[in-house]
Write a protein that binds this ligand. Structure first.
Ligand code: NOJ
Length: 714
């Protein structure tokens, strides 16, 4: 439909119909085809109102979407199709590794393919928009939603956020390409900085921090074409983000140039009353709407109060029309006016799962698993006697908290994956909490006596990581730690496989393990992928996108710390008035970027070459050699430090990275190209520019261990 037609449509709408377009409800409102159901009664909603609403979130099947859209189009006056949205976070029915794991692939192409495959399954189930990617900057693993993030580095996060958007939406028209869906980037803004890592809690950020670290991934998503932005639950700069006019207007609309639809998070408009910045629903609606929130997700504030507000203040009509225009434009871009069912055909609505998507899930799990320690215990050898023990050994709880459509029973457990391999396998599993610890440990100790390698499959349950899953303790449960302690007394050849949604505190168990592999929540093909990796048929390729702390007390933490006036050095570590902990090291146990494969790479012949011509890039090159006797894929990481800056800047920042594959013994040169713009940063006047001066450069395989290779002058 042409834009002018959309405007004509708006002209035909009553204020009540316009307000309806700004409301998003769950499918249960339509459960009885529009009769007054429980939720409608609760909100004192009429049937007429129901058939004005603009959007539905969280449908489960194509049949459901088809039925709701059909009845809506029959009963609504203007027959503007509903737009269906859902949380498709890391897969729809076929589940991929969690986003924090995908970030650990450092692989934008993989992320794009995963998003594309997720979009296809979701679109076939009638979903038009996904509430993904989550672009929140994170540095506190107590916050359960780090699971959905791209980790602690804003550059990596920006690259991957854009890749998600490209994967979901494609680059062609969404109206023509019905296997793609629109992306809603979230949560604007600061949600990841909740005080104490407690979900939904207060956030207070300096503007500099906001601009430098929190906005870039949103900017990347918007530049990649994200159609929607979701506001966050938290307070920021003293005002809840959902009512924060300066942030939504001056920052999101003007500075970032976002011209799509702004939607609240679930019930966040009504929660303005709980924040005590609104006395009642009417005030909540007015504050959120004036701030710039256009669609009210699952609250009755707009539905029941906005019409009255507009009638009382007709000057708000312009803003109302603009908001409705954003909703209709989205529907138009999705092609809904021409085809409200977006390709769904009655009689052919069953899910069409394909083997390639399962295959991609398996490949993704291999590229996201992080091997953090290996004292020559892995890979396993054929025919080896292997004991696989622990609550996760045969568990199908591999999908993570955001896999509401994916079926755990369709996931492949580690025991199932390993049973396909040529090893002598004994499995001892238990659902966490269901067997007496002492009985289980006794049995485990008997089993491991005979084993050549012990695989301990441990970690979190999907309820322990994700939304509303904040923790103050990040170590394994006492029961799991006791298991490692007891087993290590009998057989020290332990490889621990950890399933988790966040960095854990492994300080107590690390010395008891000869190998540690972070499997995250690996998705539907987790067990097969891990079995391939454990057998050495593939190599673990993940590198941590978020540091693993030594202790919860170090949090929040990021490798990209600012300098302090009193840095801890080798020379002053016996002094008191130094920036340090008295009871713990400053560094994480495993820093950002850490991870290994089965090969071993060295870096030599590093060189920094100044540009020969004006505007040409600097060349930073080195020789990489795989010293091992198996093929190896490594992730070479380039970090920089701007030596003297106008505002304090990190001691190390990731600038570029490259995944490089080397055959056994192979030697290869790699060159990074950088320009002065790569060293631009946000100044105190909020301009982004680089300063003349020297930049120190570090090359390596993790943030903490990358080595200084020299400086360049810009
Ligand atoms: C609440 C979550 O914060 C948000 O990420 C999600 O998209 C919505 N619920 C919708 O389910």
């Amino acid at each position: 439909m042409e834009t002018v037609k959309l405007k004509e449509l708006i002209d035909q709408m009553t204020v009540a119909e316009k307000v309806g377009q700004l409301v998003q409800l769950t499918p249960d409102f339509f459960a009885q085809g529009g009769e007054i159901t429980g939720p409608m009664q609760q909100w004192q909603m009429s049937e007429d109102q129901l058939f004005t609403i603009g959007s539905v979130l969280g449908t489960h099947t194509a049949e459901q979407v088809y039925a709701i859209q059909t009845s809506y189009l029959e009963k609504s006056r203007l027959k503007i199709p509903l737009v269906f949205m859902a949380d498709v976070i890391h897969g729809y029915e076929t589940i991929f590794p969690i986003p924090l794991a995908l970030a650990s692939s450092f692989d934008a192409q993989l992320v794009e393919e995963v998003a594309k495959a997720s979009a296809k399954e979701a679109a076939e189930a009638g979903v038009h928009v996904t509430f993904s990617p989550m672009a929140d900057h994170v540095k506190d693993a107590r916050w359960g939603r780090v699971l959905e993030s791209n980790g602690e580095d804003p550059t990596l996060s920006s690259v991957l956020t854009a890749a998600y958007v490209r994967g979901y939406q494609g680059t062609a028209s969404l109206a023509e390409n019905k296997q793609r869906i629109a992306a809603c980037v979230k949560h604007f803004i600061g949600y990841g900085a909740a005080e104490g890592g407690r979900d939904y809690h207060t956030v207070d950020l300096s503007d500099l921090e906001l601009y430098q670290n929190y906005l870039p991934a949103f900017q990347a998503a918007i530049e990649a074409g994200a159609q929607l932005v979701m506001t966050s639950f938290n307070t920021i700069h003293g005002v809840p983000a959902t009512a924060n006019q300066p942030l939504l207007q001056e920052v999101l609309r003007q500075k970032l140039g976002f011209d799509g639809l702004i939607i609240s998070d679930w019930a966040a408009v009504a929660e303005l009353m709980a924040h005590r910045v609104a006395a009642d629903r009417k005030e909540a609606a007015k504050k959120a709407f004036t701030a710039g929130v256009e669609m009210d997700m699952m609250s009755d504030c707009y539905l029941n109060a906005l019409e009255q507000i507009i009638h009382a203040e007709p000057e708000m009509n312009e803003q109302l029309n603009k908001a409705v225009f954003h909703v209709l434009s989205l529907k138009n871009k999705l092609g809904l006016f021409e085809d409200p069912f977006r390709g769904l055909v009655q009689g052919n609505l069953a899910p069409k799962l394909v083997q390639e998507t399962r295959h991609l899930s398996r490949e993704a799990a291999k590229k996201t698993t992080v091997l953090l320690k290996n004292q020559a215990l892995l890979p396993l050898q054929k025919k080896q006697k292997v004991a696989l023990i622990g609550p996760k050994a045969a568990s199908k709880d591999l999908l993570g908290a955001w896999s509401w459509i994916g079926k755990p029973e369709a996931a492949v457990s580690l025991a199932e994956g390993l049973s396909q391999k040529e090893i002598d396998l004994t499995v001892l599993s238990y659902p966490d909490g269901e067997m007496l610890m002492s009985t289980f440990i006794d049995e485990a100790c008997k089993v491991v006596k005979e084993a050549e390698v012990v695989l301990l499959a441990l970690g979190e349950t999907s309820e322990e990581a994700g939304e509303a899953a904040s923790l103050t303790k990040l170590s394994l449960s006492r029961k799991q730690e006791a298991l490692i302690e007891a087993v290590s007394q009998v057989n020290p050849r332990i490889a621990t496989i950890l399933f988790c949604g966040r960095p854990l505190v492994l300080t107590a168990i690390e010395p008891l393990c000869q190998a540690i592999m972070i499997a995250w929540f690996p998705g539907s093909e987790g067990g097969n992928a891990l079995a391939d990796l454990l057998m050495g048929e593939s190599e673990p390729q993940g590198r941590l996108a978020m540091s693993f702390p030594r202790a919860e007390g170090q949090l929040p933490m990021t490798y990209a710390q600012l300098s302090t006036g009193r840095p801890l050095t080798e020379e002053n570590n016996d002094q008191k008035y130094i920036s340090r902990y008295m009871d713990e090291k400053n560094e994480p146990l495993f820093s950002f970027g850490s991870g290994m494969g089965y090969g071993r790479c060295t870096i030599t012949h590093t060189q920094i070459i100044n540009p020969q011509e004006k505007d040409a890039p600097f060349e930073i090159s080195c020789t990489l050699k795989n010293e091992g006797d198996v093929p190896h894929t490594t992730t070479l990481q380039l970090y920089s430090r701007d030596d003297v800056t106008e505002v304090a800047r990190p001691m190390r920042e990731l600038k570029q990275w490259q995944k490089i594959h080397l055959a056994a013994g192979e030697e290869r040169q790699h060159t990074f190209y950088v320009t002065p713009e790569d060293f631009a940063y946000v100044h105190s006047d909020f301009s982004t520019k680089s300063d003349p001066g020297t930049i120190s450069l570090y090359l390596g395989f993790a943030a903490a261990s990358a080595k200084l290779i020299g400086t360049l002058t810009i």
